[in-house]
Design a protein around this ligand. Sequence first.
Ligand code: NDP
Length: 270
Amino acid sequence: MSDKYAVCGNPIAHSRSPQIHSFFAKTLKDDLTYTTLLVPPGKFKETVDDFVSKGGKGLNITVPCKLEACAYADELSPYAKAAGAVNVLKFNQDGSVFGDNTDGRGFIYDLKRLNLPIRGQKVLLLGAGGAAQGLIKPVFEEQPLEVTIVNRTPQKAEKIAAECGYPLQVTGYEQLTAGYDLVVNCTSTSLRHELPPVPQEVLRHCKVAYDLMYATDEETSFVAEARSLGVPHCIDGLGMLIAQAALTYALWRGKTPDVNLSIEHFRSHA
Ligand code: NDP
């Protein structure tokens, strides 16, 4: 019988993880099943226990379950600890549960793939939600010149900066001035075709504008805005999504999918 994996969250029907992991399995000639698992409100533990009792080997975790997944794991990777959130659980044969967070490393992987290293760069993170928090450790590990975070609700950014253990700078949207090399949109504004309130001057003078959100039919609002301002490298989050999935696949299966091939495939099969 094939090994069983799934992505869980609520809502979950929109998730592209089943297609991505099935594509990985096909290209690696690996035998597994990967489905979606809807988590009813307040039923994370019951849903996961049931999945494990039926032989489930691993889960990807999405909104709003990443914090509960953190609590469910017996052991956490340093990235999951730093992010305070888990996006992948591995159910070991001895019954123990390992939790990791591959989002931030997926982001770094994508930038390296595109030949856009962070080392020595001035980085601006827009937003202070779960995704932004998950980027901080992996970004600092790349030795940037400086990293600044800005958020609509400043207290959240201040809390992350106070607790992250890195020299993360905090500012307000109104205080932002040009001079950043890499501007990363970690807000959820592109979901609603809106823009974060970053001054156009800041975006116009950066080298790389990266939106964690991805869109397959048309550009995200942030990517479109950056492109219209003449930013040389405007990137959406599809590469990050596939790279973080490849890292979870490698954690479960000990085999590494071809990320470039997969990105090409999903760009052309929107
Ligand atoms: P959260 O809900 O945890 O955080 C949302 C953030 O967006 C908060 O900082 C919030 O600010 C900010 N925000 C929302 N609306 C506005 C607005 N109108 N103006 C300014 N700021 C705003 O979401 P996540 O961190 O989990 O996800 C953020 C994005 O990253 C999503 O688009 C998600 O799809 C994407 N993502 C992509 C991944 C990938 O692999 N490509 C992986 C993970 C996430 P405030 O605190 O003030 O509310």
